[in-house]
Write a protein of this length. Structure first.
Length: 155
């Protein structure tokens, strides 16, 4: 059950500072920013929205709390990327609500699968993805920090 204190909305350009802040928070805590991170976080409309993807923002009792992007790859395939929940709001099922919104959007668009790249150091994230039905597949990917790739079949 998702808490009613959580509200998920579609990204608007005014959300860019939050999108960048939430993602930089975890990337810089565990890893380091890579060139692709800067591009996507500073220009999400260009790299996600205009290419057929979606970004969702979450608030908790009216305060911005997290984000996730659903990147269009092909009509059948989407990438779940840039999921982040502010440390102040972790443990409140906001990540679950964000992932659920992205999965629903991909299904509504007729996608067959969603994949993601992550790192096994991020235990809560890997646990969430597993709970949602994502399964590990062979790793490839654009980030140095990636050591796991997971996929969710939508059909």
């Amino acid at each position: 059950m998702v808490d009613t204190a959580i509200e998920i909305v579609d990204y608007e350009p005014s959300h860019q500072p939050w999108f960048e802040k939430f993602n930089r928070q975890w990337i810089e805590k565990y890893f380091s920013m890579e060139p692709l991170d800067y591009q996507i976080l500073q220009h999400p409309e260009e790299h996600i929205i205009k290419k057929g993807g979606s970004i969702f923002m979450a608030s908790w009792n009216g305060k911005m709390a997290g984000t996730v992007a659903l990147k269009f790859i092909t009509p059948d395939d989407y990438e779940l990327t840039k999921m982040a929940v502010d440390e102040e709001f972790q443990g409140r099922k906001i990540g679950l609500a964000l992932a659920g919104a992205a999965i629903t959007r991909a299904r509504n668009r007729g996608a067959q699968k969603i994949f993601l790249y992550s790192n096994t150091l991020l235990h809560p994230a890997i646990g969430l993805y597993t709970k949602l039905g994502f399964r590990e597949i062979p790793v490839d990917g654009p980030y140095k920090r990636t050591n796991i790739k997971m996929e969710l079949a939508l059909t």
